[in-house]
Ligand binder design. Sequence first.
Ligand code: HEC
Length: 209
Amino acid sequence: MFWAIPLMSLISCMHDQPAMPIPVDKICFQRQVLPLFVNYCSRVEGGCHDAGNPRISLVDHAGIMRGIQEGNADGSWFFHTIGLSMPPGAEPQLNAEQVGIIRKWIDQGAPNSNCENLPCDTSRLTYSNSASAIFSNYCNGCHDSWVYPNALGFSSYDRAKNSISADPEKFLRSIRYSAGAQKNMPPSCEMNPCDRMKIESWINRGMPY
Ligand code: HEC
């Protein structure tokens, strides 16, 4: 049964359809909102809100919508708890910009939108203008947590560079969900392809600051 939960969560993540195309000025659920819930709320090994949690599972649109009122961030239970009781006190917290994105998405009607029609520009990326925010959105909720003191880190330039340089192939296998990966990262849901390509392109260009 060990394999069952990760497999289930992967499937629910990828088949939470239908996702619809979206105009550029709208928040994109799959690229901007889902990673935040997965990263900050769904921790796999701590009994948090992953696909194995029968009551509150935050790894796909359907699960998240159980605590969201379309068009009304302030009336949404899940939104209300952010920064108050969730994530719990000692855990990495969402920053103001990330909370603002969730608010805007709810106020826009909380659609299950994807971003297939948005361009994915992977040129001229640096840690400061791009990779740092991607790590913050997808990884730091666990990798900055006291729960995993020995985990790699991505929350500063030096930590990210050292963590990746230690074994770049292993890093890439993890984020690509490759067959040979020891651990798929992030564990409960693959990165959006555009964000993953941005990280790969940044690494290929020597991880500029
Ligand atoms: C839900 C929690 C969680 C999230 C989100 C998460 N990780 Fe991890 N990650 C872990 C844990 C737990 C480990 C194992 C840590 C240890 O060995 O102490 C780990 C290990 C890793 C490893 C080592 C893999 C191996 O084969 O040993 C890499 C690389 C990694 N994570 C990268 C990432 C990246 C990049 C992201 C964001 C794109 C990310 N992780 C998001 C929890 C998470």
